[in-house]
Design a protein around this ligand. Structure first.
Ligand code: DSN
Length: 425
C-alpha cells in the first residue's frame, strides 16, 4: 500500500493527524476513485511536494525576487516554466497560481476592468464555478453571460447562439472549458467568433490538461487561443496547483505575471512548484501518451456499458475522460443517493447537476465519474467494463445488503489487485 512519504516523525509528534492520513491512505488503496478531477501522483511528485522548499519565501519571479537565498528556488521555477511551455507549445507560463480558481481569477483581473463581460459555458451545461457562478464573488465585479449546448443528448455547443450573444454583448473574454462536459469543443469556432468581436480567448482546460499535453485531445493553442488556465492535479497527474499559459502575446503575459504577484498572491509555494516541475517532466515522457490514450479508451468502455443498459448520458457518451449520467431520469435514483450507495461499495464519485436540471445542486439528477485515477492504477477496458457493470448492479440493488456486500468484496479485490504504483515509467 505504501504511498505516503515516510511518516515516522509525524507518528510520534502528532498521532491524531498521522492516523487520519493513514486512514486516507487506506481509503485510497482499498476503494476505487472515479471522481474525474482526481488522480494519484508518483512518489517523486509526492517527495518534491513534501520537501524543504516548503520553508522558503520567494516573492517575485526567477532572477527578480524580493528576498535572498534564491539560487535553488530559481532553478526549480525556471525548470517548471520551461517544461510546461514545451508541454503545451507556448511562449509564456506562470506556474505560481495556487490552484485553478486563483488562476482564473488572476486572468480575469489581469485582462479586464470591473464591469467587463465574460462569455462562458452555462454552469449546468458543464461550466465551472469560477466561470461566473452566482455564488462566487467574481459576479459582483464582472458581468458573466452564458452559452449552452444545442442538444444535451449530443453535447454539441450551440455555436450560433454563442456567436449571436458575442455580437450583441461584446465580451472582453470568451471562455472555453468545463468541469462536467464529455465532448470536445470546436476551438476554431471560438477563435473565429472572438476575432470578430475583438475578445480574448481563454481556455480553462483543468480537466483535460493531461490529455492535451499528451496530444490525445486537441490543443486550444493550435486553434489560436490566447490563454490557457489549468490545475495541475487532474489528468496532468501533478500536485494540487494551478498555472496560466500565454500562447504568444507578451503584453498579456506581463499583465498576468503582475496580477498573480503582487496583485493577488504573496510568496509562491516553491515545494508545490517543484512538484509541478516533476509532473511536467513525467508528462513530457512518451509513456505519458500511452497513459492518456488509455484514459480515453477506458472512459469509452464504461460509457458502452451504460449505453447498453439504457442509462442516459449527457452528450450521449464521452470523447474525453468523464461521463455524466442522468441516473434520476434513467433509474429514478437521485445523484445524492447514487453517490452514497456507491460509496458504500467502495466506489467514489460525485453527484452532479445535469443540463437544465430540475433538481437542486445538493441532490441533483446526475453522477459524474471518470477514468484518470483508475487508469493510473493500471485498469484497462476489461476492468473498466466490470466496474461500470458493478456500479449499475449496485444502483439497481441499492436496498439489497447481501448483494452490496458481494459487490464491495469484488471492488476490494480489484483495488488490491491494482495497487497505486510508486512510479509510472
Ligand atoms: N472541483 C473540481 C472538479 O471536480 O471538477 C473543479 O474545480
Amino acid at each position: 500500500m505504501a504511498r505516503n512519504n515516510d511518516l515516522s516523525f509525524l507518528k510520534n509528534s502528532d498521532p491524531e493527524i498521522c492516523n487520519a492520513i493513514l486512514g486516507e491512505e487506506k481509503r485510497q488503496a482499498e476503494g476505487l476513485e472515479l471522481i474525474p478531477s482526481e488522480n494519484y501522483v508518483s512518489r517523486a511528485v509526492l517527495e518534491a511536494n513534501g520537501s524543504v522548499l516548503t520553508n522558503k519565501y520567494s516573492e517575485g519571479y526567477p532572477k527578480k525576487r524580493y528576498y535572498g537565498g534564491q539560487e535553488f528556488t530559481d532553478i526549480v521555477e525556471t525548470i517548471a516554466i520551461e517544461r510546461v511551455k514545451k508541454l503545451f507549445g507556448c511562449s509564456y507560463a506562470n506556474v505560481q497560481p495556487l490552484s485553478g480558481a486563483p488562476a482564473n481569477i488572476a486572468t480575469y483581473f489581469a485582462l479586464m476592468e470591473p464591469g467587463d463581460t465574460v462569455l462562458g459555458m452555462d454552469l449546468s451545461h458543464g461550466g465551472h464555478l469560477t466561470h461566473g457562478h452566482p455564488v462566487t464573488y467574481m459576479v459582483k465585479i464582472f458581468n458573466y453571460i452564458r452559452y449552452k449546448m444545442k442538444n444535451p443528448d449530443t453535447g454539441e455547443i450551440d455555436y450560433n447562439e454563442l456567436k449571436e450573444t458575442a455580437l450583441r454583448e461584446r465580451p472582453k473574454i470568451i471562455l472555453a472549458g468545463f468541469s462536467a462536459y464529455s465532448r470536445e469543443l470546436d476551438y476554431e469556432k471560438f477563435v473565429s467568433i472572438a476575432r470578430e468581436v475583438g475578445a480574448i480567448t481563454v481556455a480553462d482546460m483543468a480537466h483535460i490538461a493531461g490529455l492535451i499535453a499528451a496530444g490525445v485531445l486537441k490543443n486550444p493553442f493550435d486553434a489560436g487561443f490566447d490563454i490557457i488556465t489549468s490545475t495541475t492535479h487532474k489528468t496532468l497527474r501533478g500536485p494540487r496547483g494551478g498555472l496560466i499559459l500565454v500562447r504568444e502575446n507578451e503584453e498579456f503575459a506581463k499583465k498576468i505575471d503582475k496580477m498573480v504577484f503582487p496583485g493577488l498572491q504573496g510568496g509562491p509555494h516553491m515545494n508545490n512548484i517543484a512538484a509541478k516541475a516533476v509532473c511536467f517532466g513525467e508528462a513530457l515522457r512518451p509513456e505519458f501518451k500511452t497513459y492518456a490514450a488509455q484514459i480515453l479508451k477506458n472512459a469509452k468502455a464504461m460509457a458502452e456499458v451504460f449505453h447498453g443498459r439504457n442509462i442516459r448520458m449527457l452528450g450521449g457518451g464521452t470523447s474525453n475522460h468523464l461521463i455524466l449520467a442522468d441516473v434520476y431520469g434513467s433509474m429514478g435514483i437521485t445523484g445524492k443517493e447514487a453517490e452514497t450507495v456507491l460509496d458504500e461499495v467502495g466506489i467514489t464519485l460525485n453527484k452532479n447537476m445535469i443540463a437544465d436540471d430540475p433538481r437542486k445542486p445538493m441532490d441533483p439528477s446526475g453522477i459524474r465519474f471518470g477514468t484518470p485515477a483508475i487508469t493510473t492504477r493500471g485498469f484497462r477496458e476489461e476492468e473498466c467494463r466490470e466496474v461500470a457493470r458493478l456500479m449499475l448492479d449496485t444502483l439497481e440493488n441499492k436496498d439489497n445488503e447481501p448483494k452490496k456486500k458481494e459487490i464491495r468484496a469484488r471492488i476490494l479485490e480489484l483495488a488490491l489487485r491494482f495497487p497505486v504504483p510508486d512510479q509510472f515509467f
